[in-house]
Design a protein around this ligand. Structure first.
Ligand code: ADP
Length: 177
């Protein structure tokens, strides 16, 4: 367990659609906020059709943007939907990916949520190299920690052992309190 500024940082391998202890989970959404493959498919399937009904009028969203909805049948209070950049297409890709994480944290804060789970936004179908993404994720999240008041736990939910090791080795390098 790692903590900085009194906020727990954790990584675990699992399904972002099955994280009952978290107030909010982040969806690696598509612009239409529709069900699809990967994370968006898992979240919409678990949440049920009510989710897409709420999402539809909020779309389209743009790379780096995030919106919040109810969680329906997901075991969380809310879902934040974020559109990551398509690697090699949406530029500047690192800045857009950073905006995803920053905007998600800001929305969680303004909704007084205490814990949040992130998948590896853009690292699936959108093709962002995982090692590059992890650098962006940590730079962005660590820079936001001093500004967070309500959030007490940030969990990175990864889907394979390679990403688990990437996040674990990054967590080991941060100074803890
Ligand atoms: P994007 O379109 O933003 O690249 P994807 O959903 O394709 O998003 O994938 C994002 C990352 O999430 C990938 O690393 C993928 O392996 C992982 N992933 C896919 N399904 C799940 C899931 N159910 N829970 C957590 N991570 C997942």
């Amino acid at each position: 367990m790692y903590s900085q500024h009194n906020i727990e940082l954790e990584v675990s391998k699992g399904d972002i659609a099955n994280q009952p202890e978290l107030d909010v989970v982040v969806n690696a959404a598509n612009a239409e906020l529709a069900p699809g493959g990967g994370v968006a498919g898992a979240i919409h399937k678990a949440a049920g059709h009510g989710l897409y009904k709420e999402c539809k009028p909020l779309a389209p969203i743009y790379p780096g943007e995030a919106v919040i909805t109810n969680a329906y049948k997901l075991p969380n209070k809310k879902i934040i939907h974020c559109l990551g950049p398509v690697y090699g297409k949406d530029k500047p890709e690192k800045e857009l990916l950073a905006s995803c994480y920053r905007n998600s944290l800001k929305i969680a804060e303004s909704n007084h949520l205490n814990s949040i789970g992130f998948p590896g936004i853009s690292t699936g179908i959108f093709g962002f190299p995982a090692d590059l993404a992890v650098e962006v994720v940590f730079n962005t999240v660590l820079a936001e920690l001093p500004h967070l008041e309500h959030l007490k736990k940030i969990k990175f939910v990864v889907f394979n052992d390679k990403d688990l090791h990437l996040y674990e080795s990054k967590l080991k390098t941060i100074s803890t309190d």
